[in-house]
Design a protein around this ligand. Structure first.
Ligand code: PGA
Length: 249
């Protein structure tokens, strides 16, 4: 059975003091859950978060990394830097990285390869913009994003890949894809993977939904058969809201 996952993407929020407060709340409020739980603090707080959450069954993950092993890439973070602070999972291809930092499908393919070479798990994000949905081009966009960065992988690599469908128009906007829209796209994604890698791999890959998931809409979205959890932005910054979403699985 494929894994259920709820991951909180804290983005560029929370300095060390705020991070400590949130980590404390997470520790206090953590209960056993059906889903795997992960949080992605900013780079400077990863080690601190790892130490704080190591006994709480909450995995600390990174929001990004560079594809190179090391070298003259001022301001960047490598896979081995992440691994030595306890991070084994990385979010790649978030729409904010694509939009503001010009990450391309080719660049993301290299990042995925580097992560896998370091035996890391990847949460690979993709999703269409509003103009694509309006022009009914959303399936084509999503297909090309997945193919462009992931279809060079070998079959066995897929056990380290988690997908996150995040329609750009729903991120941080308060607008969510309807549960039906999410299900329709997730089923399409699974079909796309099955066409290249076969039904078994497609059935085993977890596909998360992201985009304004909140405590009051999570249960309905998660009830859809091809939605295996969520990547949560704004609502992951409060432990109570985040765990309400975790418990909605
Ligand atoms: P949001 O962000 O929940 O604030 O919409 C989701 C994401 O960017 O992963």
């Amino acid at each position: 059975m494929r894994k259920k996952i709820v991951a909180g993407n804290w983005k560029m929020n929370n300095d060390l003091t705020q991070t400590e407060a949130l980590l404390n709340d997470l520790r206090k409020q953590r209960k056993t859950s059906f889903a795997e739980v992960m949080v992605a603090p900013t780079f400077t707080n990863l080690w601190h978060a790892y130490e704080a959450l190591r006994k709480a069954d909450i995995e600390v993950i990174a929001q990004n990394m560079h594809f190179a092993e090391n070298g003259a890439y001022t301001g960047e973070i490598s896979a081995s830097m992440l691994k030595t602070v306890g991070v084994n999972t990385v979010i790649l291809g978030h729409s904010e990285r694509r939009a503001y930092f010009y990450e391309t499908e080719e660049m993301l393919a290299k990042k995925v390869d580097t992560a896998l070479a370091h035996k890391m798990r990847v949460i690979f994000c993709f999703g269409e913009e509003l103009k694509d949905r309006k022009s009914e081009n959303h399936f084509n966009i999503v297909e090309s994003q997945i193919k462009g960065s992931l279809f060079h992988l070998k079959a066995e690599d897929w056990k380290s890949i988690v997908l996150a469908y995040e329609p750009v128009w729903a991120i941080g906007t308060g607008e969510t894809a309807s549960p039906e829209q999410a299900q329709e796209m997730h089923a399409f994604i699974r079909k796309t993977i099955a066409s290249a890698y076969g039904e078994e791999i497609a059935q085993n890959v977890s596909i998360l939904y992201g985009g304004s998931v909140k405590p009051d809409n999570a249960a309905e979205i998660f009830s859809k058969p091809d939605v295996d959890g969520g990547l949560i932005g704004g609502a992951s910054l409060k432990a109570g809201d985040f765990f309400a979403i975790v418990n909605a699985i």
